[in-house]
Design a protein around this ligand. Structure first.
Ligand SMILES: Cc1ncc(COP(=O)(O)O)c(C=O)c1O
Length: 434
């Protein structure tokens, strides 16, 4: 590799990290913190979030939507990275919160966010969760099925604002597991059923139907599915509120093209001007595109192995902290964080007992050695969400970096946590005394 090729490859790699990421003596520096110092202070694996990138992204969405459609609100889809500190940041930046279920509701409340600015989702909201939402004063509950209506009519003491989730028959080009707007989806009501729900809600004196909700999927790289969804629900009548969901994709690898936020908002707002009442309030629920690119995961290399057909770099994490790869085949990129650049091709694999525990099938890493640090950028969304204890792995800490300071905002799990929920049961005692 010539010097200029090396520089270009390094610049391309850096473009995947949060803005402001830089090098110091070939080492990755993020939020003003060197990768090696982060690893020394918090250990690996760890999710590292650049706080100013996160806040900038929230403002970008908030101001971008408000300037195009003033009667609007960005509701952060908190399933993308449910952690109290993140709820707090989004609340401080003036965003509403999309919570799906009781756990996310509790975290949002514990961050001090305003429940009147929450929207509650779920295709199978339990009575307990609805009870919690009503008691907390959640602003809007999204009706996903007729049982939601039955339950809420029984449970709501006075008046509750609701939206009806509509299945718009839009098939977005994304992985099947994260495509939600097609006619086969488990989410929402078909256009015909939505008409019946709207009629029923029109006669309810407890459920105030504010409008419609639509969400066509995640990691969508083209604006057309979003605009087609707006068009599809427009025929259901005129409403005060339209929640147009989330779904914009993130840029995971150097060769990926993702519509910028401006292009996405332009497309949505143009469709809204064409099809929706001009007085309507518009909500959007970005998750992945809000948080993914603001974070990276830092691992340590445990072993480097040269097999008969390929060479492996195995790290101290894997599908325990990143299920995006094995669930959706999401492509990621990576670099040796203490020697940024490209080199030979390796399979970057995890420590879990499955051949499918592979973070990247083939990635050019620069002279990886045992003890090196590996940084995988764009892991902010859905990685910690789905983190698990496979093989007794401890879920990693979440660390916020800013201006050279690092703060652990969620600590690493401990082995005590792993056994901390165990409850002694009589059968065990009986058998041990046999
Ligand atoms: C109802 C709803 N809104 C918003 C989102 C966020 O989507 P994304 O993270 O792709 O922006 C999701 C996630 O799938 C969702 O189910």
């Amino acid at each position: 590799m010539t010097m200029s090729q090396h520089d270009q490859a390094t610049a391309d790699l850096l473009s995947l990290f949060a803005p402001g990421a830089t090098l110091d003596n070939e080492e990755l520096v993020i939020g003003g913190c060197r990768a090696s110092e982060l690893a020394a202070s918090v250990g690996t694996p760890a999710l590292i979030i650049d706080e100013s990138a996160l806040r900038a992204r929230a403002r970008h969405y908030r101001d971008g939507l408000a300037s195009r459609w003033p009667n609007s609100q960005v509701m952060w889809a908190s399933k993308s990275l449910p952690c109290t500190a993140l709820y707090r940041v989004m609340h401080e930046e003036g965003l509403g919160i999309d919570v799906a279920g009781g756990g996310e509701l509790v975290m949002a409340l514990s961050a001090g966010a305003d429940p009147s600015n929450f929207v509650l989702h779920g295709n199978a909201k339990t009575e307990r969760e609805l009870e919690m939402a009503i008691a907390a004063g959640v602003g809007t509950i999204v009706i996903d099925n007729f049982d939601d209506i039955d339950r809420l009519e029984r449970m709501v003491p006075d008046v509750q604002a609701v939206l009806v989730r509509v299945m718009p028959n839009v098939d977005a080009a994304t992985h099947d597991a994260i495509s939600t707007g097609h006619s086969n989806s488990k989410f929402g009501l078909s256009l015909d059923d939505a008409k019946r729900a709207i009629e029923r809600l029109g006669a309810s004196d407890r459920l105030r139907l504010d409008g419609l909700h639509v969400h066509v999927g995640s990691q969508i790289l083209d604006t057309k599915p979003f605009t087609r969804a707006v068009e599809a629900i427009a025929g259901l009548g005129e409403f005060r509120v339209y929640d147009l969901g989330g779904g914009l994709g993130a840029r995971y690898t150097c060769d990926m093209q993702v519509p910028p936020i401006e292009e996405y908002l332009d497309a949505l707002v143009t469709a809204a001007h064409e099809h929706l009442p001009s007085s309507a309030r518009i909500l959007i629920e970005p998750g992945r595109s809000m948080v993914a690119e603001t974070a990276m995961t830092l691992y340590s290399v445990v072993t480097v192995k040269h097999g008969p057909t390929r060479s492996f770099v195995a790290v101290d994490g894997g599908m325990g902290d990143n299920l995006e790869v094995s669930l959706y085949g999401q492509a990621f990129d990576a670099t040796v964080a203490n020697r940024v650049g490209r080199g030979e091709l390796f399979s970057l694999v995890g420590r879990h007992c499955e051949s499918g525990d592979q973070l990247i099938e083939s990635v050019a890493l620069r002279e990886p050695r045992v003890g090196d640090l590996i940084a995988v950028p764009v892991t902010g969304a859905y990685c910690m969400t789905m983190a698990n204890n496979y093989n007794g792995a401890l879920r990693p800490p979440i660390v916020m970096v800013n201006n050279g300071e690092a703060h652990v905002v969620q600590r690493r799990e401990t082995y005590d946590d792993l056994v901390g929920r165990d409850v002694a049961w009589p059968g065990a005692r009986r058998r041990s005394s046999d």
